[in-house]
Design a binder for this molecule. Structure first.
Ligand SMILES: [Cu+2]
Length: 663
């Protein structure tokens, strides 16, 4: 099901109800809307209502999206219980992969809300526009420079967060000429150790980061050229749920794009891009006490690629769109151990390895009549996975004497959807799909990757077959001027689910580890659940939004899967009048009793927390000053969610203030 999860639930409901042809709208918005989207867009304004929000804060509000926490930084997105290699996490359609063997760096951390135009999440195998997938995709679309009658526009802001004595400052400027525009943005964040509910200070939870991005846009009538560069540097980043921190994390993202729009030609809208990105990640245990053995653990990941996508002029009742793409990702992660009184040992925890994927995606929207629409899409990816000869390969030959230097795999997805208008304001949508995903390079070639959660060293398995997903979703929505309701149920059956098994015959590498696990395909796993939301406009000034999400996961023997989110609800009551708004939020998570003890999990109790946010806008001379103030976790509750590693409590009462000047 193509759920256009646009930032907030009410937007989701709105888009779903009004836009019968979502994909086309998506493409058109790229071309037509991008020069005017900056102000007055409800979607943007709502999520920027909390101007101190991180990209992760925004992600956590999307339907079907959850976050895995290992500290106050670097939270990992999860879609309906699926994460890592099960989902596509892309930036402006570009593939990018973190360089941390411990998943400290999902690529969403390299994007600041100031860089973002929107986030689009498509759940399940239907999210395969950006790569064959079982879990779906999250694409973070970056803000582009825009043409404007005002040559210079921009914003500067500063914010403070009391729970971690955190400062964030940002500035961005757009410079527009007649046919070209340029933008520049700068963000800086610094956080001390945070204070959990009740007053406990969580050691090793500090971080500091800087993000700089620049872009140019040159318009030649209906053709547009775009160039962008983004630099994100983080340092001294604590991961309290892990045995070590991050000394340095650097990301570089470069792209060159071309857009072409011709309303009456066969290919109406064409979008092409080439890109290159790199991530350097270096872990650091020197700040920790009682380290049994000091280790150096640097990792790199570089990705280059390109794509061409577009949509054809509607032919009869059919509208066809396509995408074809290529990328190559190369990784290397090293570990040098320094045992006391002995010589150092060197390993490649990610052997030098890479993957090239070439794919093609087609989507056809068939409008049978005014009330029925059928969508069919599919994708095929051809992947070549390579393991470099040398040290890393020699290591793996200890376990796999016949390990090869290249593996080829083909993965595919197919989806069918029917959207039916029932009466005047009810819509039903049924999706049936099949998806596949490749094992990650970690799952293929990882070498003694220590997992703090279960305390096991993990070893890859080069012969894993792709994981599959047979899925179905049913969505019902109702919309009127005052109320919008939506409810979705989903069922995923995943044959060849990639999991791990304990191998008692193997001895550990990491001091104190509980044992060794090797990745393998298990017969199957099942994920079922749903989402529901209600938006009500009580009056012009008073708005109510509530959203529920739930996932249940088990393997083929009925054993609960690890890291399955509990039932979660988010409710917001918002009052706005003239230049002032105030909102009360409540977040509830149920307890989680379906846990995986073999993964080191224990049961988690539920919680309920309240946040209060407010905003005030002062206008003068076509300029605005925004003052935002809020209290998160108002009652200073000590709590954690089931997806938080190590039962680490989340931040306690957090008073925050942000002042922003828009010119
Ligand atoms: Cu790391």
């Amino acid at each position: 099901m193509r759920l256009i999860c646009s930032l907030l639930v009410f937007v989701v409901v709105g888009v779903r109800a009004q836009s019968v042809d979502t994909l086309r709208t998506l493409y058109l918005s790229e071309v037509v809307v991008n020069s005017t989207i900056q102000e007055g867009d409800t979607l943007q304004n709502f999520f920027r209502a909390n101007k101190s929000a991180t990209t992760e804060d925004i992600l956590s509000r999307l339907q079907g999206v959850y976050l895995i926490r290992r500290g106050n930084y670097g939270q990992e997105p999860m879609l309906r219980g699926m994460t890592g290699g099960q989902i596509n996490l892309t930036i402006d359609g570009m593939k990018m992969f973190g360089a941390c063997t411990d998943k400290m760096d999902p690529v969403s951390i390299y994007i600041e809300p100031q860089n973002l135009k929107s986030i689009q999440a498509v759940l399940g195998s239907d999210g395969s526009r950006l790569g064959t997938t079982v879990g779906g995709s999250v694409d973070m679309q970056l803000a582009q420079p825009f043409l404007s009658s005002q040559p210079v526009t921009g914003r500067v802001g500063v914010g403070y967060q009391s729970a971690w004595n955190g400062f964030n400052t940002y500035a961005n400027v757009n410079y527009s000429q007649h046919k070209s525009a340029y933008n520049l943005s700068l963000n800086y964040r610094k956080a001390d150790d945070y204070r959990a509910g009740g007053g406990e200070v969580i050691p090793y939870s500090q971080y500091e980061k800087m993000n700089l991005s620049a872009g140019g846009k040159w318009s030649m009538g209906k053709d547009t050229l775009l160039a962008s560069a983004l630099v994100d540097d983080g340092w001294n980043i604590g991961f309290p749920a892990l045995p070590m921190d991050v000394g340095s994390a650097k990301a570089r993202i470069y792209s060159l794009g071309y857009n072409r729009y011709r309303a009456h030609e066969t290919v109406q809208n064409l979008n092409a891009k080439i890109y290159y990105n790199s991530v350097f990640h270096s872990m650091d245990d020197t700040q920790r006490e009682n380290v049994e053995m000091h280790m150096d653990m640097p990792g790199t990941s570089t990705t280059g690629g390109g794509f061409v996508e577009g949509n054809f002029h509607p032919a009869g009742k059919h509208t066809l769109s396509f995408r074809t793409d290529y990328y190559h990702n190369q990784v290397l992660a090293e570990m040098t151990m320094y045992p006391e009184g002995a010589s150092s040992m060197y390993m490649q925890t990610w052997p030098a390895s890479g993957r090239s994927v070439t794919g093609i995606y087609l989507n056809d929207v068939y409008k049978i009549n005014r009330s029925t629409q059928v969508t069919v899409n599919g994708r095929i990816d051809w992947a070549v996975t390579t393991l470099q000869e040398g040290f890393g390969m020699d290591q793996l030959q200890v376990f796999y004497p016949n390990v090869q230097s290249a593996y080829q795999q083909i993965t595919s997805t197919v989806n069918g959807k029917v959207k039916q208008l029932i009466r005047s304001n009810w819509i039903a949508e049924v999706h049936v799909g099949y998806g596949e995903r490749l094992p990650t390079l970690s799952e293929n070639f990882g070498f003694y990757l220590f997992n703090r959660y279960d305390g096991f060293d993990y070893i890859g398995q080069p012969d894993l077959v792709p994981e599959k997903n047979w899925s179905t979703d049913l969505t019902l929505s109702y919309f009127s001027d005052q109320v919008q309701l939506t409810a979705t149920g989903f069922y995923n059956y995943l044959p060849d689910y990639i999991f791990s098994r304990i191998h008692p015959e193997l001895s550990v590498m990491t001091p104190g580890a509980n044992g060794v696990k090797i990745y393998e395909n298990i017969p199957s796993a099942t994920l079922v659940g749903g989402e529901a939301s209600v938006l009500a406009n009580f009056s012009k000034n008073l708005q109510f939004i509530t959203a529920l999400k739930y996932t249940h996961g088990q393997d083929f023997e009925g054993t609960p899967l690890p890291l399955i989110p509990p039932l979660t609800s988010n409710t917001t009551l918002r009052y706005s009048i003239k230049n002032f708004n105030i909102q009360l939020e409540n977040e509830i998570a149920s307890s989680q009793q379906n846990v995986s003890p073999s993964y080191g999990e224990d049961e988690t109790v539920g919680y309920s927390i309240f946040n209060l946010r407010s905003g005030y806008k002062i206008n003068w001379n076509r300029k605005q000053l925004y003052v935002n103030a809020g209290i998160e976790n108002m009652f200073d509750k000590n709590y954690h969610n089931h997806l938080d590693w190590g039962n680490l409590p989340r931040p306690g009462r957090n008073i925050n203030v942000t002042i922003e000047f828009v010119f």
